[in-house]
Design a protein around this ligand. Structure first.
Ligand SMILES: NC(=O)c1ccc[n+]([C@@H]2O[C@H](COP(=O)([O-])OP(=O)(O)OC[C@H]3O[C@@H](n4cnc5c(N)ncnc54)[C@H](OP(=O)(O)O)[C@@H]3O)[C@@H](O)[C@H]2O)c1
Length: 382
């Protein structure tokens, strides 16, 4: 029986993780469930999974949930508790599914403690990829990707020589605005941007998919996860979201991983790769799908994919700024303080103002992150 701490339990990935765990009660039990503000969802999850601990990192939400949890479930109310319950000796595995760089401290603590970590929270690799992967090497922690594209790459690399890889190709659906007239994109509303055609996800990542910043973040994530130089990383539009990624080898062979777009597949793979776990998702029926199509990413429609080339070619401070500015701009768009086109424009303006330097410590990461957030707020205010 593996004891699991789920960070971001109340979110989309967290709830899908609960779904997979509940299908395999003989294999997984919840040690700790960590949420932020969603009290109702946490009460529901705690009664289904009966964890030893519940943490609401928002103290007001913790006060609200008190008395509503099943008997015997212990409650904590801080990020410090989330960090402790991610690295505790009782934990076998941590599902890292908080959103944004807020997820970094607890996920890094799990890595430093040598846990198996299912990594959905790509922002922590984008922000501190070098530190994160060095910590995993030192502690022996196994970091298994939960992003469907990276889970696909992981599967396509199993049993193959890493040195023979010539290219990793991540697929992108192109989001809700793949075919929309670019001249009308300035008028997009948050509700339109959140409505992803293929995936049901949290609000922040859905908007990141609409701008394609999500794919840009994923390229940076792949760089660290698979130790790849930027020239080996690429993305291609694939509207059906059936092929999740491809790995090309020196001899011209290309391996692809296919599955229905359902996050329970990569979540199950991260929980236990072999033997495979049943997930309850629909079977892929390619005759029903009919055709799989691919097209080049248009950098005019999706300027984030142009910007990321400089970020990949630059030093750590650029990816920290790219992520931090996007978190600020994404939230501002959701709150209708800026328009859709201003999200990437804000990121671009922040990138033009920050240093391009290597970053060696977590303190430095937070300094660069804070500086980029401040610049993003300034850009938005002007
Ligand atoms: N959804 C997907 O299909 C998908 C696919 C690939 C990768 N990912 C990645 O997985 C991560 C989670 O995505 P999601 O779609 O599941 O997001 P989501 O539905 O918005 O859930 C986010 C989770 O993080 C918690 N949270 C929010 N702000 C927090 C803070 N300041 N401190 C601590 N916890 C906080 C939320 O708690 P409350 O709700 O309780 O406030 C919730 O549990 C993201 O990094 C995303 O890029 C998601």
């Amino acid at each position: 029986m593996k004891r699991v701490t789920v960070l971001g339990a109340t979110g989309s990935i967290g709830c899908n993780t609960a779904d997979v765990m509940l299908r395999h009660p003989d294999k997984f039990s919840a040690f700790a469930l960590v949420g932020h503000r969603n009290v109702n969802k946490m009460v529901e999850l705690a009664s289904a999974l009966q964890p030893e601990w519940v943490v609401m990192t928002d103290a007001a939400a913790a006060a609200q949930i008190r008395g509503k949890l099943p008997a015997g479930v212990k409650l904590e109310d801080s990020m410090e508790a989330a960090i402790a319950l991610s690295s505790a000796s009782e934990v076998d595995m941590v599902m890292a599914a908080m959103v944004g760089s807020a997820g970094l401290p607890a996920t890094l603590a799990a890595v430093q403690a040598g846990k198996r970590v299912g990594l959905a929270n790509k922002e922590c690799l984008v922000t501190a990829g070098r530190l994160f992967m060095n910590a995993a090497t030192e502690s022996g922690a196994e970091v298994v990707p939960v992003d469907s594209e990276h889970a696909a790459v992981h599967q396509c690399m199993q049993g193959h020589d890493r040195g023979s890889v010539t290219r990793v190709i991540l697929t992108a659906s192109g989001g809700p605005f793949r075919d929309r007239d670019p001249a009308t994109l300035h008028a997009v509303t948050p509700a339109e941007a959140v409505a992803h055609p293929n995936w049901d996800m949290g609000a922040k990542i859905s908007i990141d998919s609409a701008t394609m910043i999500n794919k840009a973040l994923e390229l940076i994530e792949a760089r660290w996860l698979f130790d790849l130089s930027p020239d080996k990383l690429s993305a291609i539009i694939h509207p059906q979201s059936i092929v999740h990624a491809m790995v090309e080898y020196r001899d011209g062979s290309v391996l692809a991983q296919l599955a229905m777009p359902d996050m329970r597949m990569p979540i199950a793979y991260a929980l236990q790769a072999e033997p495979r776990l049943a997930t309850g998702m629909d079977w892929l029926d390619l005759a029903q799908t009919g055709s799989l199509s691919f097209q080049t990413v248009d950098h005019i429609r999706f300027p984030a994919m142009r910007l990321v080339q400089d970020v990949l070619g630059g030093e750590d401070s650029l990816s920290i700024a790219f992520n931090a500015a996007n978190e600020v701009a994404n939230a501002a768009f959701r709150e209708q303080r800026i328009g859709f086109m201003q999200i990437v424009a804000t990121v671009e303006q922040v990138l033009a103002k920050v240093e391009n330097v290597p970053v060696g410590t977590l303190d430095e990461v937070w300094l660069h992150d804070g500086h980029a957030r401040k610049l993003a707020h300034e850009v938005i205010a002007t």
